[in-house]
Write a protein that binds this ligand. Structure first.
Ligand code: SAH
Ligand code: SF4
Ligand code: F3S
Length: 472
């Protein structure tokens, strides 16, 4: 491609989509595209979409409506706009998007984006292109690595997809259909990407997978390695001080992974371990393949290995046929565990999933009322967890400038946002901090050894995490 072009990517959904969006721009860099924050001037706009709940999917069409106006205004000028729909809605709806939204030029699924330059060439010739096959080639092997300067600009924390897809078929979930069969990247590929990130200044890597702890990538010795073994190898990479992973399924927490939590300082004491519901009958209908008791027992084992671990989870209320007693079992389980943070959702029947056809769909107002009760309990637990850190010392990785002059924003080992008065040169560094003030969503700390002057103001509406609830 001769002249320089710009691409604007808007990302919906989970962390894996965030990772994919970066990799899409990596795939486009060799053919002359750089990223822009300004949608109005972009040559190419990509919406990287999420299909997990109905609301998420519907957002896409309203956004396409807005984009169409910009595109129409530019039609016939020297600078036409190409609109591409990527991600899980693209995979699930494919051709339907082309029918429903005439402004869209290109639709491609999560397994095809390494072929973006070629797809764009085809779409550039006036054709409207849909690409939702699951190709045989290895997407990751085909993708170019990001340039060091690009990685450095992306910051000191990074996602790294190690596993994709899902074979579990929970009856509420679209992921096995949108992301396809479970697949792990090889250990060599993962270590190579992690080393490159570390060399570009990344200090914390979060391994991603729809079922990340089902990871079974081919090791250098020819055997399949589990996630625990992979983490032990990653912990050896100089510069990578912090490791995290998400999202885990309770059925795949094996002994080696639990041992990694016991033995690795770099593995942060935070675990997103969705349980969805507390009633065994509902868990059975959801096809989760474990009971509430088994989950409690698992958490006991994890806590025995790493007593200070913070747990987070996902919950669905109002799954078909859920009674008040079933819902009470969810509340009981939450009380028993004590979560540091959590995501909770009203059940959203998804076309093509078995749950959508089950009898006993729960009325919307019952779902809303249960969700409110569950969220009240979960946020009480989150506040209590945050309050327990008041007056304690912890390591904070400074990730970005703070909201106020002279402040930096960082994360605690337990993924809490921490605001600290600190000089800009500490960006990317880990420092000891004492917690002086606690909000429901963030902490305020002071560098140990420094005396506080005026107290840093609390953030108001900051969220500890903002995503669709872990990696789907
Ligand atoms: N792979 C993870 C997460 C799946 S998707 C796991 O197995 O737990 C992220 C979260 O979205 C899920 O944990 C679930 O709580 C929620 N979710 C998925 N499908 C949903 C649906 N149809 N309605 C409401 N919430 C849903
Ligand atoms: Fe797979 Fe998780 Fe969806 Fe279940 S909820 S089907 S484990 S992605
Ligand atoms: Fe959404 Fe797809 Fe992630 S459905 S939550 S973007 S895997």
């Amino acid at each position: 491609m001769s002249d320089a072009k710009t691409v604007f990517v808007r990302t919906y959904g989970c962390q894996m989509n965030v990772y994919d969006s970066d990799r899409m721009t990596d795939a486009l860099a060799p053919v002359g595209y750089s990223t822009t924050e300004n949608l109005e001037e972009a040559d190419l706009v990509i919406l990287n979409t999420c299909h997990i709940r109905e609301k998420a999917a519907e957002k896409v069409y309203s956004e396409i409506g807005r984009l169409r106006k910009v595109k129409d205004a530019r039609a016939g000028t020297q600078k036409p706009m190409t609109i591409a729909i990527a991600g899980c809605v693209a995979q699930a709806e494919g051709e339907e998007i082309i029918q429903r939204a005439p402004a869209v030029d290109l639709v491609f699924g999560p397994q095809s984006y390494h072929r973006l330059p070629e797809l764009l060439r085809r779409a550039g010739n006036g054709a409207r292109v849909v690409e939702t096959d699951f190709p045989a080639e290895d997407k990751f092997a085909a993708l170019p690595a990001a340039e060091k300067a690009v990685t450095m600009k992306r910051g000191v924390t990074s996602f790294l997809t190690v596993q994709e897809g899902c074979d579990k078929f929970c009856t509420f979930c679209v992921v096995p259909y949108t992301r396809g069969a479970e697949l792990s990247r090889s250990v060599a590929q993962v270590l190579d990407e992690a080393r490159r990130l570390a060399e570009a200044g990344v200090r914390e890597v979060t391994l991603l997978g729809q079922n990340v702890n089902a990871y079974h990538g081919q090791g250098p010795d020819g055997t399949d390695w589990g996630l625990g073994r992979l983490l032990f190898a990653l912990a050896e990479i100089p510069g990578l001080d912090r490791l995290r992973y998400t999202t885990s399924h309770p059925r795949d927490m094996d002994d080696e992974l639990i041992a990694a939590h016991r033995d690795l300082d770099a593995l942060m004491p935070y675990l997103h371990l969705p349980v969805q519901a507390g009633s065994d009958r509902i868990l059975g209908l959801m096809n989760r393949k474990h009971t509430g008791e088994e989950y409690l027992h698992l958490v006991e084992r994890i806590r025995a290995a790493r007593p200070d671990i913070a747990l987070s989870g996902d919950f669905i209320v109002g799954f078909p046929s859920e009674t008040e007693a079933d819902f009470q079992a969810t509340l009981d389980l939450v009380r028993e565990i004590g979560y540091a943070s959590a995501f909770s959702f009203k059940y959203s029947p998804r076309p093509g999933t078995p749950g959508a056809n089950l009898d006993g769909q729960v009325p919307e107002e019952v779902k809303s009322e249960r969700l409110a009760r569950l969220q009240a309990l979960l946020s009480q637990q989150q506040r209590a967890f945050n309050a327990s850190k008041r007056g304690t010392e912890m390591d904070v990785l400074f990730e970005k400038p703070g909201r106020f002059e002279g402040q930096l924003g960082g994360r605690s080992p337990w993924l809490q946002a921490v605001h600290v008065e600190a000089p800009a040169e500490l960006l990317g560094e880990i420092r000891r901090v004492v917690i002086e003030d606690v909000g429901s969503n963030s902490l305020v700390g002071r560098l140990v050894g420094e005396h506080s002057g005026a107290r840093a103001p609390m953030e108001k509406a900051d969220t500890v995490e903002a995503n669709a609830g872990g990696v789907a």
